[in-house]
Every structure is written in structure tokens, then in C-alpha cells.
Design a protein around this ligand. Structure first.
Ligand SMILES: Cc1ncc(C[n+]2csc(CCOP(=O)(O)OP(=O)(O)O)c2C)c(N)n1
Ligand code: SF4
Ligand code: SF4
Ligand code: SF4
Length: 551
């Protein structure tokens, strides 16, 4: 029988499997590994592993043990991670300006800003449990009278609710994305402040108070999709992931899971994740942000892995459980395309989420076939001979549509309703579905930490990444199935802002990101290569217009 030889890092600890921890090296048989007592491992995580990592003593205290051998990490351990030391700033909430729109809660990549709506009576009875008068007053001031939860309910003759926003100081990475989205809506209810000595304890007290509150179902309007995250269960991506501050992928992941849990419940979702940033930041041992079953396959074969899971689940009668594959543009439309194509052709009821950063982000930013023409990447470096990537971009949505009866959508996390609708339609579709999502990657796109949503919106407005939905349930022809709703000026080449007369084209988009900066002369003149990229984006847009019957 095969065995695994793990060098013990310490000789002092007890061990989950009853092995004496005195040897220099621990030998586990395959049987040991396959018959691991998972309950014991869970307890070991709670009692030893997480506290040791929390205190920074893991390196010297912990054995390289069976949990490590099995790559075992229990669900949702990210909630124990403390990031409070990494950012000098944190958002401050100005309740008087808040409308309760939930956009900040939806946009935060780290599940670090949350909302609650509750009646005055409930709030008062919860506050009454706090002994300090000053504390009660401070917490009471965190709640707003909004039109959405107060005026509207009052008008209907129903009990109105107060609304509050709370920041978890242990999860916040200080990216300021929440401030940006609130400002874009012109509400200005959040600002970044510098952390002072008393900031973190005050935020922690407020967040602990928030954690004991629950929004009653009456105030969760199923039609206002952004409200889904008022239901605690939808926060199945708990934060504590090792993603960069402001990462555009993480927001998309939180939203996809929130919508799926909202529809099907936490017990009915499973994830197969292709290697990429999303697996590395989701399994920086011992922390994992997923509160649902999750497995990491190889980089290029996640759809094949999911085919096995789907068929086993079906044998067990679990046909209704939702199975999602997550992967980057590298894993899904570039090197890993063959596996995806095979799985789509099988017709199996599996959903695929493509996190399109237009580059192999995790390995340092190499070009994929999803990179834009002229893009400066590690495999298409901008130099004297070549101005960035020479080839044209490959479009996963067109390819997926050419497979038999696949639900296909392209969207972004900043188009909240469009995004949620696509996820929910994919979930309810009886067959394969591919959702391609524009995901801002700060280091590789060279944009600021608070710009994920802004850049995603600009990518749509500039035809860099048009929104689309192809739903085979709508009819036979592609024109019947394909919908470009949500894009500005659907029947035009480019979108022109009426107020200012400014035309938003691919050059506008490129000008706003560092990855294209070398294409502009001192006076702002674009290079030949960039103009070729612009022509490619227009040609793709024309193709979509033609297929949708708009052109
Ligand atoms: C079979 C295999 N080949 C290559 C790698 C190395 N590798 C790990 S992550 C990665 C890039 C992932 O890029 P992408 O799929 O675009 O996801 P992103 O990191 O951009 O989210 C590569 C090449 C690997 N882990 N396994
Ligand atoms: S985005 Fe602004 S207005 Fe909307 S809920 Fe958040 S803080 Fe309130
Ligand atoms: S600053 Fe960033 S991490 Fe912190 S709450 Fe806002 S969006 Fe979330
Ligand atoms: S490198 Fe890019 S995709 Fe990866 S975690 Fe950072 S921002 Fe997200």
C-alpha cells in the first residue's frame, strides 16, 4: 500500500489520528488517509490549527499532519482570518446620506461591509442588552431612516424598518471599492478614514452587535436583487480570502454564490475550481472563504472533473443540486478550452463561471487568447518590435453558443441586476451554462484598488466586453436567443454620452488602464496597434449586433 512520508515540524503536539507525535517523520498509509475521521479533523482545526495561525505560532507549533496530507480545509475557515493590520484606512458610514441600496454590500470583494434592516422596537430591545449608555447611543446613530425601508413601508401602513451598514474590521482590506460605488450613485454615504488607536475596537464592538441582528424576511424584496445579501445565508463566501485588495474576481464570486444560495439553499451547491488566482486565494492554508463544498482540480481539467461529480451526484439522486465550475480565462477559454468544450457537448447540467481577467493573473500576467490586441502582458511585452499582443481576442461566448443548446451570458459584477439574472437563469436552465464575467485585476490591468466596478462598467460602455444573454429557451434562431439588452446604444457603433457629447470607444477604455499606457504618445495620439484593437472590438460588436438581429 502506498504511503506518504510527512516530515514533522514539531515533536510536541498531539495528533488528530492518534499517532504519537514523537517521530522525526510521520508515515501515513493510504488507508489512514482515506479513512480520516473528518469530525476529529474539524475539531483539530478549531482547537489547534486556526488558533496557531491566528497567533502566528503555526510554523513552530504545528505538525505537518494528516489534515495537510489530505489538503483538508473545513468550509468557511476564512471567517477566522484577521486582516485588520493590512490597511491604514477603513470606510466610515454616514447614515444620513444612505438610501439602503445595498450596492456597497454587493460590491465589497471581502464580505467586509454588511447591511441590516430591522424595526425600531427590535433595535431598541437589542440595544437595551448593552450596559454602556454611550455605546448604545453610538450604535443607535448607525441606523438610518431610508425611503426604501422606512417611508415606503410606513406609506403602505406596515411597520417600517431602520437600516444600518456595518464594517467588519477583520475582513476589510481598505480598497475603498464600497466608497467608489456609493459615490458613483451620488449618495456619498461612505468615506475612507485613517485608522486611529481606538478605531478598530470601536468597529469591532459595532460589528459584534450587528452579528447578533437578522433582517426579517418582510424587508427582503425578492425583486430588488441587490437585497439578496440582506439574508445572512446568502453570504456563503465568508471573506478572509488572500485576494489582492479590491480584486474584481472576488466580488463576482460572492455574488454568484449569493444568488445560487438564495435560489437553492446552501446545502444544494457544489464548486469545482480550476487552479488560478481563485484557488490560491481561496485555499491559503488554513483559510477558505467558501461555506459550501469546494474542490480544486488541476488548471486545465476542471470541467472534466465536474463531469464525474455530476454523474455521481445524479446516481445518488442529487440531480437538482447545482454544480458550478470556476476558472479564469486561462483555465477555461485558453489552455483549458478542450475540457470545457467536451463538457458542454455532453449536455450535462453543469454551470461554468469564467473569471475573465484577460490574462493569466495568478502566474504573473502572461497573455491568454482572451487578452486584447495590443495589451501589454508577460508573453506579449510591449517593445520596439511589437506593441503588445498581436493576435485578436478569442470570444468564449461565441464559441460556447456554437455548442448544442448552451445557455451563455456575458456580464459584470457592476451590472448588478444583469449579473444576478444571468446566474439565476443559468441555475434554472436544464443543461450546460457558461457565464463569462469581466473581472478587473488591479496588478495586471494597472488600475487602482477601488476601480474594479468602474472599469468593468467602462469595459461594457466601450464595447471592450459587451453584455449578452443567449438563452436557448427563447427560440430556435440565434436572433431569438440572443439579447444585447443592458448595453448602451445597442443599435449604434459606439455609445455617446448625451450630456457631454463624449463618445466612449475602446480608446477611452485603454486610456484609463496602465496595461495600454505605452500606446499613447505624449499628446495622447494612439498607436497603430491600439487602433487595430479598437477595430477588433467594433468588429466583435458588429458580429453580436448581426447575430441578435439588431444590424
Ligand atoms: C496543469 C497545470 N498547468 C499549469 C499550471 C500553472 N498555473 C497555475 S495558475 C495558472 C494561470 C491561471 O490563469 P487563469 O486561468 O486565467 O486564472 P487567473 O489566475 O487569471 O484567475 C497557471 C498557468 C498548473 N497549476 N497546472
Ligand atoms: S452604497 Fe451607499 S447608499 Fe447604498 S447602502 Fe451602501 S452606504 Fe448606503
Ligand atoms: S474598503 Fe474594500 S474591503 Fe473594506 S469594506 Fe470597503 S469594499 Fe470592503
Ligand atoms: S492578481 Fe488579479 S485576479 Fe489575482 S487576486 Fe490579485 S487582483 Fe485578483
Amino acid at each position: 500500500m502506498a504511503s506518504i512520508d510527512i516530515e514533522a515540524k514539531s515533536t510536541t503536539n498531539g495528533h488528530a489520528n492518534g499517532h504519537a507525535a514523537t517521530a522525526e517523520s510521520l508515515i501515513y498509509s493510504e488507508a489512514d488517509i482515506l479513512t480520516t475521521d473528518l469530525d476529529a479533523l474539524q475539531r483539530q482545526f478549531a482547537d489547534e490549527i486556526l488558533p496557531a495561525y491566528g497567533h502566528g505560532t503555526a510554523d513552530v507549533m504545528l505538525l505537518a499532519d494528516l489534515a495537510t496530507a489530505r489538503s483538508f480545509v473545513p468550509a468557511g475557515t476564512g471567517s477566522y482570518r484577521d486582516f485588520s493590520y493590512i490597511a491604514p484606512e477603513i470606510p466610515e458610514y454616514h447614515e444620513a446620506q444612505c438610501t439602503g441600496c445595498m450596492t456597497c454590500v454587493t460590491a465589497c470583494p471581502d464580505t467586509a461591509i454588511l447591511g441590516v434592516a430591522l424595526t425600531e422596537a427590535t433595535l431598541d430591545s437589542e440595544l437595551a442588552k448593552i450596559p454602556s449608555e454611550a455605546e448604545r447611543v453610538r450604535l443607535r446613530a448607525q441606523f438610518a431612516h431610508t425611503k426604501k425601508y422606512w417611508d415606503v413601508f410606513e406609506k403602505k401602513g406596515e411597520e417600517p424598518a431602520l437600516f444600518g451598514i456595518f464594517v467588519d474590521p477583520t475582513k476589510c482590506k481598505g480598497c475603498a471599492e464600497c466608497v467608489e460605488v456609493c459615490d458613483e450613485l451620488d449618495y456619498h454615504a461612505l468615506t475612507m478614514i485613517s485608522k486611529q488607536q481606538d478605531t478598530l475596537p470601536a468597529y469591532q464592538t459595532a460589528f459584534t452587535f450587528f452579528s447578533g441582528l437578522e433582517t426579517p424576511e418582510t424587508y427582503i424584496n425578492e425583486k430588488a436583487l441587490a437585497d439578496m445579501m440582506l439574508r445572512r445565508e446568502t453570504l456563503g463566501y465568508v471573506g478572509g480570502a488572500g485576494s489582492c485588495s479590491g480584486c474584481g474576481e472576488a466580488t463576482a464570486l460572492r455574488m454568484f454564490l449569493g444568488a445560487t444560495i438564495f435560489q437553492y439553499g446552501k446545502e444544494n451547491v457544489g464548486i469545482v475550481n480550476a487552479t488560478g488566482c481563485s484557488t490560491v486565494y481561496a485555499s491559503t492554508y488554513p483559510y477558505n472563504p467558501w461555506d459550501v463544498p469546494w474542490t480544486n482540480s488541476l488548471f486545465e481539467n476542471a470541467p472534466a472533473d465536474a463531469m464525474g461529480v455530476r454523474q455521481r451526484w445524479n446516481q445518488m439522486g442529487w440531480n437538482d443540486k447545482r454544480l458550478w465550475v470556476i476558472g479564469g480565462d486561462g483555465a477555461m477559454l485558453d489552455i483549458g478550452f478542450q475540457s470545457l468544450s467536451r463538457a458542454l457537448a455532453s449536455g450535462l447540467d453543469i454551470k461554468y463561471l469564467v473569471l475573465d481577467t484577460q490574462v493569466y493573473s495568478n502566474t504573473g500576467g502572461q497573455a491568454s487568447t482572451g487578452s486584447y490586441t495590443s495589451q501589454n502582458t508577460k508573453l506579449s511585452q510591449h517593445g520596439k518590435a511589437h506593441g503588445g499582443k498581436h493576435e485578436k481576442r478569442k470570444e468564449i461566448t461565441l464559441l460556447a453558443m456554437m455548442h448544442p443548446d448552451v445557455y451563455v451570458a456575458q456580464t459584470t459584477a457592476s451590472h448588478i441586476n444583469h449579473f444576478y439574472r444571468c446566474i439565476m437563469e443559468a441555475n434554472s436552465y436544464d443543461g450546460p451554462a457558461v457565464i463569462s464575467i469581466y473581472t478587473t485585476c488591479q496588478p495586471e490591468h494597472q488600475v487602482a484598488d477601488n476601480m474594479a466596478g468602474h472599469q468593468a462598467k467602462l469595459a461594457v460602455d466601450s464595447r471592450a466586453f459587451p453584455l449578452l444573454v443567449h438563452d436557448p429557451r427563447r427560440g430556435e434562431s440565434i436572433a431569438e436567443r440572443l439579447d444585447l439588452k443592458g448595453n448602451p446604444a445597442v443599435d449604434q457603433d459606439w455609445y455617446t454620452i448625451k450630456k457631454t457629447g463624449e463618445t466612449i470607444d475602446f480608446l477611452t477604455f485603454a486610456r484609463s488602464e496602465g496595461r495600454f499606457s505605452k500606446h499613447f504618445g505624449r499628446d495622447g495620439t494612439p498607436s497603430e496597434e491600439l487602433l487595430r484593437a479598437q477595430a477588433d472590438r467594433l468588429s466583435f460588436w458588429h458580429r453580436l449586433q448581426e447575430l441578435a438581429g439588431v444590424r
